[in-house]
Design a protein around this ligand. Structure first.
Ligand code: SF4
Length: 116
């Protein structure tokens, strides 16, 4: 993810075969709107900190299984009751330019609560 960020303007983050967040690289790194994106960013190794590598708890789901609600809810540190029942829709957090280029969208019930 860190390597890609040097070569592209926008990133798409997918989980279990679904788009969960898309937007400008700077916006996503500054304020991700999906907990999975946040965890991916936090898992990036740092040569300065020499911190222990942080993985993601739990197991990636089979793409053949149907997970009700948000597909990330079994592993999400922010999951609440509705997450297991209602599939979050992609919502827009910044509009971007013509054709939606540069828009920041995410599919999370709690996207507004994501802090920078
Ligand atoms: S919808 Fe719920 S489970 Fe899914 S990423 Fe957001 S907080 Fe986590």
């Amino acid at each position: 993810m860190a390597q890609m960020a040097h070569f592209v303007n926008e990133l798409c983050v997918m989980y279990a075969g679904r788009l969960v967040e898309r937007g400008p690289v700077r916006a996503q790194f500054a304020r991700p709107r999906h907990p999975y994106t946040r965890i991916l960013i936090d898992a990036l190794p740092s040569f300065q900190e020499r911190a222990r590598f942080r993985g993601i708890p739990g197991v990636a789901p089979s793409l053949l299984s149907h997970i009700p609600g948000c597909p990330f809810h079994p592993r999400c540190p922010m999951a609440e009751a509705c997450c297991a029942e209602e599939t979050p829709a992609l919502r827009t957090f910044s509009v971007g330019g013509a054709g939606g280029i540069g828009a920041h969208v995410a599919a999370c019930h709690r996207a507004e609560e994501m802090t920078p």
